[in-house]
Design a binder for this molecule. Structure first.
Ligand code: GLN
Length: 525
């Protein structure tokens, strides 16, 4: 198999090929590193690669595979599924001895003293971490343009954003640089970039995945989750990271089911899961600002689910209109508290100027970008003594109402289907001067975080040649249920022509003259 063929495999196919001895983990990792080297100049999905560590992990995986092969098929079957499979971590996952900047200058040079729980679990499972992916600074943004290290491009159109804040992870998976990546989602940052790059992503229920060792943005909203190229690969990685962690008191002891086992291999069996299922179409998610092409694809997806046996029910989530305001009070309030720790003494960058206060002001003044400063100011204001009741407490009340809307809907339906993003990928630069336009990118995803629910996005076709995402939202703890619906949707659309299409600008990424994202063509290499 040529190297480029290896990178086209799904994670499960890689697992299968490794066990069958068709290729080694070392070959797999070299193929992916080669592709990253050949294509990342124009994509800029990666902030950091640790090739030595990746090769060592791959060699260890090969040794485990060889031992198991000698012992027989039972030993091979007992190996962790993702052993030897390459993967990327968003640059806010702390790992021992490696850098994590969270896309910010203020963390430049910060080297992790320990592994985040999810990183430790991923390593235990034998998956091979290649490095860290680009992101909006502290996960604040919807386009990856707020990264202090420059934006990531969308492999479908290099002049467009990949979405954000997990834009590096989504673009890397879409461009076949890795089959799997980790993102985080505070208001949409896994689902929206997945939608804009034509890949799959799931935000688990709040508390499903440990946040220990994840650079915090808004602690009551943040969740870690996987990005992949289909629902079963999402399930495979979610399995590794989900579950109670004593180091994160908000992680839940709710038992983790076998996600992959509940997703049928066969398309007919997968599609059968739709029969008798009640799926709600929330009226308010098709509001102003929705592109007609996006609405058309999502309604076609709902129609396909209906003809396969699901019942589509019109539902209303009446407090949706308060979602954006609620989120943009709670998230900045929590961020302003979480980011107080970057004081120029304990982490990364320090201006080393004057006394403690002068150093604090200079470090934060130069270390944080404009969007982060905007959020700190907004959040500090919302929490200030004179305005706390008017803004923060009010937002918490609205949060309860938004949650109650979902509770009422789930009395009537098994899950909700909706658009993930109101638009397809927008041009680089189109929203950077207008924060509210940028914030509107997440109107369909924010309420899910505000209510703490699981939500995922899977590709459902193209509009204007760019990917559209179908969002599936479930009741708390029912990741398995929404993954089953996603798998069923993949099964009933398995023959759709758009599934055969590659991201249109992949060939351009192979051209060494392609400039870094956001720079004009012809820029000196
Ligand atoms: N775009 C939203 C924001 O800027 C959500 C980001 C996220 O989910 N991390 O806050």
């Amino acid at each position: 198999m040529t190297d480029r063929r290896l990178t086209r495999l799904l994670a499960r196919e890689m697992a299968h090929g490794l066990r069958a001895g068709e290729f080694s983990a070392r070959e797999l990792v070299e193929a992916h590193l080669d592709l990253v080297h050949a294509t990342d100049r124009g994509l800029h999905a990666w902030l950091f690669l640790d090739e030595e560590a990746a090769r060592a992990a791959a060699d260890l995986a090969d040794a485990r595979l060889a031992d198991a092969r000698r012992e027989g098929s039972a030993a091979l079957d007992a190996l962790p599924l993702l052993l030897g499979v390459p993967l990327g971590l968003k640059d806010l996952v702390v790992t021992r001895g490696q850098t994590s900047t969270a896309g910010s200058r203020i963390l430049e040079g910060f080297v992790g003293p320990f592994d985040a729980t999810i990183a430790a679990r991923i390593r235990e499972a034998g998956a091979v971490v290649l490095g860290k992916t680009n992101m909006d600074e502290f996960a604040m943004g919807s386009s990856t343009e707020h990264s202090a290290w420059g934006p990531t491009a969308n492999p479908w159109n290099l002049g467009r954003v990949p979405g954000g804040s997990s834009g590096g992870s989504a673009a890397a998976v879409a461009a076949y640089q890795v089959p799997l990546a980790i993102g985080t989602d505070t208001g949409g940052s896994i689902r929206q970039p997945a939608a804009l790059c034509g890949v799959a992503g799931i935000k688990p229920t709040y508390g499903r995945v440990s946040r220990y060792g994840i650079v915090a943005f808004a602690s009551s909203l943040d969740q870690v989750g996987p990005l992949a190229r289909d629902a079963r690969d999402l399930a495979a990685l979610l399995q590794v990271i989900a579950g109670r962690d004593v180091r994160d008191s908000t992680s839940s002891p709710v038992p983790v089911p076998d996600y992959l086992a509940s997703l049928p291999e066969g398309d007919d069996e997968a599609a059968a899961a739709l029969r008798g299922l009640r799926l709600g179409l929330p009226r308010e998610y098709f509001g102003a600002g929705m592109e007609p092409g996006v609405e058309a694809r999502v309604r076609e997806a709902a129609a396909a689910l209906e003809s396969a046996g699901a019942e589509i029910v019109d539902v209303s989530l009446p407090h949706t209109e308060y979602g954006l305001a609620t989120y943009y009070l709670i998230a900045p309030a929590e961020a302003s508290a979480n980011l107080a720790r970057y004081d120029g003494i304990r982490f990364g960058h320090s201006s080393r100027q004057g006394d403690v206060l002068a150093n604090y002001l200079a470090t934060r003044g130069t270390g944080f970008g404009p969007e982060v400063k905007r959020r700190i100011v907004l959040g500090t204001y919302a929490l200030s003594a004179g305005y706390y009741d008017a803004y923060y407490v009010k937002a918490q009340k609205a949060r309860t109402l938004i949650k109650a809307d979902f509770d009422a809907a789930f009395e009537r339906v098994d899950a909700l289907v909706a658009p993930t993003s109101p638009t397809v990928a927008f041009p680089l630069g189109a929203r950077t001067q207008d924060p509210v336009a940028m914030y509107l990118s997440d109107t369909c995803t924010l309420p899910v975080n505000v209510a703490g629910l699981p939500g995922l996005s899977v590709p459902c076709g193209l509009s204007d040649g760019l990917p559209v995402g179908l969002q599936i939202i479930g009741p708390a703890w029912d990741e398995a249920g929404i993954l089953r619906i996603a798998r069923a949707y993949e099964a009933i659309t398995a023959d759709a022509g758009w599934r055969r299409l590659d991201p249109a600008d992949l060939p351009a990424l192979d051209d060494p003259k392609t400039p870094a994202p956001g720079l004009p063509a012809g820029t000196a290499v």
